[in-house]
Design a protein around this ligand. Sequence first.
Ligand SMILES: [Zn+2]
Length: 512
Amino acid sequence: MNCALRQEILRAFRFTLDPTERQLAELARYAGAARWAFNHALAAKVAAHQEWRAQVNALAASGVAVEGARKQVKVSLPNKASVQKAWNQAKGDSRTGADGICPWWHEVNTYCFQSAFMDADAAWKNWLDSLKGARAGRQVGYPRFKKKGRCRDSFRLHHHVSKPGIRLVGYRRLRLPKLGEVRLHDSGKRLSRLIDRGQAVVQSVTVSRGGHRWYASVLVKVQQDLSDKPTRRQAGRGTVGVDLGVKVLAALSQPLDAADPGTALVPNPRHLRHAAKRLAKAQRALARTVKGSARRDKARRRVARLHHEVAVRRKSGIHELTKRLATGFAVVAVENLNVAGMTASARGTVERPGRNVRQKASLNRSILDAAPAEIRRQLTYKTGWYGSKLAVCDRWFPSSKTCSACGWQNPRLTLTDREYHCQQCGLCLDRDINAARNIAAHAGIAPPTAPGRGVASPVEDARGAYVRPTILRDRGQNVMKREDSRSNSLLPPQRSDPLALPPPAYTQPGLF
Ligand SMILES: [Zn+2]
């Protein structure tokens, strides 16, 4: 008997919009207002920060120790509430002719401003927390201003839940406050039904542009049945080990489709590589246009569109895979990959320039095109939805070198070996499937997480929080995944993936 728990979770429903010409202009105007508001709030913070720094410097110059001066000087940092209060007094109004800093504010929804002020608060907090070491994941830089044409065009609207201004009209229209009804490309049937049954309440909507399209991501509080146990079918299939890679997107310890053994290897569609030719052509065309010309704008839009299409295809393929894994098995076991470390800049830093920059840059592209971190993130929340569990295998577990049948370790596994040959028991198997079987056998179940939250375990999340410092030993170069060599410490560390090392330097015969 499958036991279902009804829980309230936050879930986003994303729709592609099909706006009219007039609405397109409106959407751009809203995004512009949000950008202005974010920059306005950030400027207030930066000014306060500079004021604080100037006072500290002045105090330090007068002979006070710098540490003491830093503690002594107090400058209040304007937050959303104070920024908004000051803004309300200074905004002006173009309708009455009152002069001000943004007299056009009434042309857009007020939440454009409010949510952008909140976002500036969040950006500032992220930077500070990261600086203090209170934030996991990679370092967050000093908040930057948004620049038209460079930043992501987006804005977020909220509403009163009791008087919903954000709502679906039929299945094909989304009503946005003040903007009116915008037609949807896809159907809103699923969300509409949930709302009608009283199982979903719309909280907010984020509208953003990606390439040539506008999207609405509707954030909804949903009463969802989350099963805490796998179904009989899932239980019957047990644990699946997933080895994420570049050659194939994923190798599985047992096929996705039980009847078809070929589905143990999920091909990597390499969307970026497929679009590379068209992209190169579009980029060449862009490079040949005159700056500031209408043709340049058109060429730029074409490049953006191609990139966006790659991203969309990649995402839909990954969603399909992760859903099949989460619904098809009781336990999904993955390896704990440090994607940020693996794809560290090929160029390196000024002090430590990288080697083999081109190969490494190309490998980075391939890894990121396969999107292992996104797969992991989706598996984390989807296993929570479908009654399965996510198991995570230690990053230093030598999954590629070990024989999945007898445990023998091949110390000299060469990177080009596509097949794993065991010299002890004679096993002969695709190397990635061998690795996947090891992962299935060795992964421990990750501690349960709050459903709908994208955090896998308290020690490491999808952002790569808690990274063992040793991973940086080899400057993040050429690392697909490091495996533990402690068991045979006399040997040099082995790299596990064939693409982990760049191909040996090509030397023309006869030249040397
Ligand atoms: Zn063996």
